[in-house]
Ligand binder design. Sequence first.
Ligand code: GLN
Length: 226
Amino acid sequence: MLRIATLFPDLLGTYGDSGNGLVLAQRARARGINAILTPVELDDEVPDASIYLLGGGEDGPQRLACDLLAKSTFPSRVRDGAYVLAVCAGLQILGQSFSIEGDEEYEGLGAVDVVTRRGSERSVGEMSVQVGKKLLVGFENHGGVTALHAPTNPLGTIVRGRGNDGVVDGYRTANIWATYAHGPVLALNPWLADEILATVLGYELEPIESVADRLYDERCAALSSR
Ligand code: GLN
């Protein structure tokens, strides 16, 4: 049984990132695994889950989501090793602090040693990131620039676009995948959905054939022929 909890889709769903939950659930079900997808609304307690999803959001909703999560069981769950996929605002919230609207610094959940400051211009457009041997593709739209403090590792190295700082994108800890890529990122990069599922479930999955996998291959081929 796989329990997927999408946290505050009303606040952190501006860029369709709630679709990441659908992708995880469907790719699990395609392997005969029972998957339950739970949107966690503003008044809900944070439930037990196999993985939590945080999406992108505008500055105001992002701050509200951070306030609500800070008062919930979520930070201690993450510190205890709960699995999380965090995109953009979600990535910023998990850090020590973020200042995106104006220069006022806002306290994050402190689950990861990263700090986000406001950049001189917004990062908007297509992005691609080398993650090991795989290319991660997506689009970004954010004002924040994120600095990782050792020993936090990035998710990957920027090929196109900006990600955290023009050099690397996101971060990866034993239990967290974080990226600036919207898409939803798991719909555009089914290999990452499968990597997350295999890690959360604790075993390798049979490959599946899907339209998403074929489109991913076509996208990579188009990028390499540019
Ligand atoms: N509000 C944040 C920023 O502009 C995050 C944006 C997003 O989630 N796309 O940096």
